[in-house]
Design a protein around this ligand. Sequence first.
Ligand SMILES: Cc1ncc(C[n+]2csc(CCOP(=O)(O)OP(=O)(O)O)c2C)c(N)n1
Length: 529
Amino acid sequence: MTNAELVSHFYQILINLEVSEVIVCAGARNAPLVVGLEGRSFKVKSFFEERSAGFYALGRIKALGKPVAIMTTSGTAVAELLPAVVEGYYQGLPLIVVSADRPKNYRGSGAPQAIDQAGIFNKYVHTCYDWDVQQTDLKTEFDGTKPLHFNLCFDEPLIDGDFTQRTKQFVEVNKIESFKQQAFDAEYGQEAKQFKNPLVILSQLSSSEKEQVKKSLQKYQIFHYAESLSGLLGDGDLVHLQLNNCEPLLGNFLEKDLFSSVIRVGGVPTVRLWRDLEKKYAHIPVLSISELPFSGLARKSLQTGFENLDTLLNFAEYRKIDFTDLNKKIQAKKVTALGEFRNSEQNFVFQLSDLIKYQPVYIGNSLPIREWDQFSQGSFPDTYGNRGANGIDGQISTYLGWSNQFGISWAIIGDLTAMYDLASLGLNREDSPDSRKCLVIINNKGGQIFKKVFDHEKFLNPHEVQFQGWAQMFGWNYLQIADVADLQLVQQLIAKKEKKNFVIEIQTDQQQSNAVWKFMEETCKTVTY
Ligand SMILES: Cc1ncc(C[n+]2csc(CCOP(=O)(O)OP(=O)(O)O)c2C)c(N)n1
């Protein structure tokens, strides 16, 4: 077979895998693949930096609900995709990695741009297909629930035939099932009896899961703690069943036996209590309802899929709880604290969320996700964030890929998180002209999440960086806000409806932010149900 024929067969495989978008990070070695794209129907996006491009592809997968391919040249270009592959693995996203390689006999030789690429992603991909022009069996199997790697070896001359030809060979792609959640049988039902008075925690949900969960919660009127990534926090039909989020309260509830088990619905939760279930509350039975194969805990717990959601939520015995008064008390305390510490991060989140209610929002890791969970007001049905491996890398890139589907959208991220993904803004060129991106950086001058636990420069990485020059470099508009009153500028920006992208840098007052955390912790000790 020639390179041209291998490419032609391969593109038929991509089509059979339902790939319609391809992100291309071109180099010489993947020239056969790049040239072969000409005249095919894939939507193609080119970018030079593989790490950002990989994370961007994850955002596209989330937006499209189907696999997206990313192509790299040989060498470290492939290795740059590891973080996105890992993130894709833990989120269950079908990222199709296509790396071009030098011929197989170059392996281990140290020849230029020849590294050991086959199997480089190890367990984080469903399979690595390592093919060259000698390959006769091109049968592909895929379960669609994790990344997949094709390593295609090309010898020179790279362009060796007619790349416009379409394959006449039948290329077989089998969809297989590799993971099946525990069925809800009699034995399982017996175990599920432990789930008395459960605290139901909602974490990351897909759109279809969200609707299903909402229906069941409404039907049985179940009290729950909703994280923002569920898209159900503050939902008008559920808000009377939700606790006004104040994280430290949950531990108190377990200690006071208000709840005696935990049912988690969706992704692995962010809330501190989840980590405490590992050891501190190891006696509390935990059941996870999720489509992913991860229990999210190293200790014993039960797991099942969404098909059993309604049965399980109905099955559990609930204590009738009315949190109306408690919610009011917490809200009053929050408002007092935020009023007093008006330039705290938490108050910026509180006020900003009110301005951008109902608009799509991407939430970055570290403090932003925790602050959004506890201090945002209103409802955000389209909320997304990379919580697979909780990295601060690639956040802007994923946001840009995910948000192309919307008109105006927002991302809320930390300053180190922004600095991690500096090439990302270049990804936005030529993107959907109707989408309008607003990237909010909460600049607290370092990794302030560590302040409470390891208050040392080595952890905080303090800095005086500002982001104006960076925004300008990529032709984005820039707004700097250091007082909460200036959020009116954001309001004006929204009202103008101009198709402009913005970097909005919010400079917060660290002492005030610390004071709010302290106040809320104290409050949680004193408020009672
Ligand atoms: C790729 C990666 N490296 C390191 C970490 C560890 N880490 C967690 S939070 C954090 C600091 C984040 O700082 P920033 O983005 O400024 O947010 P802030 O803590 O101030 O909210 C770091 C380094 C991580 N989660 N991911």
